[in-house]
Write a protein that binds this ligand. Structure first.
Ligand code: 4NP
Length: 159
């Protein structure tokens, strides 16, 4: 039996970076013929935007890249996510620290920095929330690089 791999994207609000990361990973998996092989979701470490749609600027940015993320709704990272997902990929080092603190001791999910998977030489996806469309574009490019890294790792069977 082959188990479906689970990848959870996590940021502070789940309205900017992680919804774009979720959307672009689903798209890149589909393009690689791996659609349906990986369960992808996203969540927030903060609680301010639970139930909200992605930020309009994130929706517009993803749309410019042919990806529709408008139907996503923000949800909180919860304890059972750490067993429900194999990889919990965090948008920056603050999120990584917070997520690792919340991981139950017995849980198996691997909590990592999203950009570790990207091949770009940086650690954090800068938060575009207080920025403009260019900041969203920069964040999109980074999460796209990470998504391509995830696809590559799956192709190589490195799990
Ligand atoms: P995200 O961006 O973590 O990429 O979804 C943010 C969204 C909202 C806030 C901060 C960052 N906020 O302070 O409300």
């Amino acid at each position: 039996m082959t188990r479906t791999l689970g990848v959870l994207m996590v940021c502070l609000g789940n309205i900017c970076r992680s919804p774009m990361a979720e959307g672009v990973l689903l798209a890149r998996l589909q393009e690689a013929g791996l659609g349906g092989k990986v369960r992808v979701d996203s969540a927030a470490t903060g609680r301010s935007h639970i139930g909200h749609a992605p930020d309009e600027r994130a929706i517009a940015c993803a749309k410019r890249h042919g990806i529709d993320i408008a139907a996503q709704r923000a949800r909180a990272l919860q304890a059972d996510d750490f067993d429900a997902f194999d990889f919990i990929l965090c948008a920056d080092r603050t999120i990584l620290h917070d997520a690792r603190m919340r991981k139950p001791r017995t849980a198996h999910g691997d909590v990592e920095l999203l950009l570790e998977w990207s091949g770009v030489g940086r650690k954090d996806v800068p938060d575009p929330y207080y920025g403009d469309a260019r900041d969203f574009e920069k964040a999109f490019k980074l999460v796209d690089a990470a998504a391509l890294g995830v696809v590559e790792r799956i192709r190589q069977g490195r799990f």
